[in-house]
Write a protein that binds this ligand. Structure first.
Ligand code: 6PG
Length: 232
């Protein structure tokens, strides 16, 4: 039976958030080391990382970092379902040293226009856009970002190598599988008993999170709480 690799199990969701924070702070502090620096950080939406984001305002200096979103729903930035709104409330509006640039996915413009704008921003990034670190969640169905099982954004090839693609029939925009798979580091943050059976079934499956973790190899680590890790 295949198993997740590089798994770190923490006692509870707050301990997971603290471990993820330590990881990000360490990478940001390594900015003195060429190549190890944190310049492009990609973060997930959803509910799991909210505790981590609430720890960021006074804990980290992202003034040399571009902040990107792994995905967004096609809603206005003040909508209850907006990932940006969640990050704004938990972190950005209280950040002592906020990111140099926040690349918000403009959900209010619709998936095609929003993805085009994000791809223009990625293309104008000096040296091209490579995420130095992507912090991703995983849904109970094995999706990550907005790459869902059977969805065109995950199933279809990406001939242009776009960094961001429309997903879920235009209800979302997601970082593409290829761009996430090219990240220098990915932390999958997964908590709660509802994720335990999915995590047990993930290794070796064709689910998006499994395929991405396989593509990343040693560049992916898993931060789980005890409930999510119960079947590991
Ligand atoms: C989103 C997220 C998504 C999330 C998973 C897990 O827009 O919903 O980016 O990929 O990470 O759905 O969500 P939870 O953390 O809420 O379980």
């Amino acid at each position: 039976m295949q198993r997740l690799q590089q798994v770190h199990v923490c006692a509870d969701p707050h301990a997971v958030a603290a471990a993820a924070l330590a990881y990000i702070v360490r990478l940001a502090d390594d900015s003195r080391k060429p190549g190890a620096a944190l310049h492009h950080l990609c973060i997930a939406g959803g509910t799991t990382p909210r505790t981590l984001y609430s720890l960021l305002p006074a804990a980290i200096d992202l003034r040399n970092v571009d902040l990107w979103f792994s995905d967004e729903r096609m809603v206005p930035p003040d909508h209850a379902d907006s990932n940006f709104a969640m990050v704004q409330q938990a972190y950005l509006q209280r950040a002592l040293h906020p990111p140099r640039v926040v690349h918000r996915i403009a959900g209010e413009h619709g998936a095609t226009a929003a993805a085009d704008a994000m791809n223009a921003a990625a293309a104008s990034t000096p040296g091209g856009l490579t995420f130095d670190l992507a912090l991703l969640g995983v849904g109970a169905d094995g999706h990550t970002a907005s790459l869902f099982p059977g969805d065109a954004a995950f199933v279809n090839t990406n001939p242009t190598g776009a960094a961001f693609v429309p997903a879920r029939d235009g209800a979302r925009v997601s970082a593409s599988f290829e761009r996430l798979a090219a990240a220098r580091q990915v932390i999958f943050v997964v908590t709660g008993a509802s994720k335990a059976s999915m995590l047990a079934a993930l290794p070796g499956s064709d689910l998006p999170a499994a395929r991405l973790a396989a593509a990343l190899g040693p560049r992916a680590v898993w931060l789980l709480d005890a409930d999510a890790a119960a079947q590991q």
